[in-house]
Design a protein around this ligand. Structure first.
Ligand code: ZN
Length: 356
């Protein structure tokens, strides 16, 4: 049986076994454990530099998959000489690659929230494959709509018209972000909806956007985009999409038409009310939204302007025009047919800001 000193090991592998008095040898490719992986370090780092050159990032994480034959070689040697509890070839190699690449690139290692994750696979014959993934960029912001969209939604129902508006805004935002982030997938999540003809003013409507496989992960957090009557203000980069969105209250201005002439006394009910609770019923659940304040102004005897402060989730047109799932709705409160000509969002406020 061979003695320790008869095994051909390179100095790197030898050090890892912590064997005392083992003669150092000039061995590289002949190493019985690593077959000269140590010499591949520069090559691997160059490959990483090539693979990451198009990314704009601050922090990275590197993972390594090593062919099992390298572990087998080391295990065999260690069990033959009863060497236990020492660092293995993969841990040692990975640490060296991370250190070396960190020095070359001048970027930081981040184990929890890296901007990019680099995966290295080293095969039996030292063939090396490098792949890079960037972490999803999640941004939060607000959008303002300062121009009404001219989209024909005459024949679509209320829900469709809200959807048409959202898709239109998404298209405008995507076009701007795709070129800016060199990404292949963008998901837009606004908090609440309005119609194509509705303006969104004040601070704007909050939204989140997640950008997958972005080449740009590190950038200034706040920027704004203006395009086609929309202003998107991005104000924060988040680690992930929040599980639930905070509560918001909206201030809405709406023009409502009536079939007959009205007098101020017909609107007594509006003036008398305090906070109203509006109940929604759908197939699956029951839900409640608050109306904190309503005021009105006569435009003509048949047309009134209402200003409503209510929970963000209250569907304005359905509330005004009387939907059997919403009660009380404006039609029930005033006891007459109401038609919502259009509504604009004057502002959307944080629920907490309103209380304080
Ligand atoms: Zn070796």
């Amino acid at each position: 049986m061979k003695r320790k000193s008869e095994y051909k090991l390179c100095n790197w592998c030898l050090e890892r076994q912590c064997i005392k008095n083992h003669p150092l040898q000039k061995i590289v490719e002949d190493c019985k454990i690593c077959h000269g992986i140590w010499n591949q370090l520069d090559k691997a780092c160059n490959k990483i530099i090539q693979a990451t050159k198009d990314y704009q990032y601050d922090s990275f994480l590197i993972g390594l998959t090593l062919d099992h034959s390298f572990y087998d070689n080391e295990d065999k040697f260690r069990s033959r000489f009863r060497i236990r509890g020492k660092e293995n070839i993969k841990t040692s190699l990975l640490r060296e690659i991370r250190k070396k690449f960190g020095n070359i690139s001048n970027k930081k290692i981040n184990l929890n929230y890296p901007d990019i994750t680099i995966n290295i696979q080293i095969g039996k014959k030292l063939e090396t494959i490098v792949s890079v993934n960037s972490s999803t960029v999640v941004l939060s912001g607000r959008y303002k709509k300062v121009k009404r969209f001219q989209i024909n939604t005459k024949n679509t129902d209320i829900n469709d018209s809200l959807g048409v508006n959202q898709r239109h805004i998404e298209k405008i935002l995507k076009k701007e972000l795709l070129s800016r982030f060199d990404s292949d997938s963008i998901v837009f999540r606004p908090i609440g909806k309005e119609e194509p003809e509705s303006l969104v003013l004040g601070n704007g409507r909050p939204f989140y956007v997640s950008i997958k496989n972005s080449k740009i992960i590190s950038f200034k957090d706040d920027f704004s985009i203006q395009s086609k009557g929309m202003i998107f203000e991005i104000n924060e980069k988040l680690r992930a999409l929040p599980l639930s969105s905070p509560g918001y209250v909206k201030k809405v201005k709406t023009i409502v038409s009536f079939q007959e002439n009205l007098r101020a006394s017909d609107l007594k009910e509006i003036n008398d009310s305090g906070i109203r609770i509006i109940e929604f019923v759908n197939r699956r659940s029951k839900n409640w939204k608050f109306i904190y304040h309503i005021e009105f102004k006569f435009k003509t005897q048949k047309k009134l302007q209402f200003t409503i402060i209510c929970d963000n989730g209250l569907p304005i047109r359905k509330f005004i025009e009387g939907n059997e799932n919403i009660s009380p709705n404006l039609e029930q409160i005033l006891n007459r047919k109401c038609k919502c000509d259009r509504f604009d969002i004057l502002d959307i406020m944080n629920e907490d800001d309103l209380v304080n």
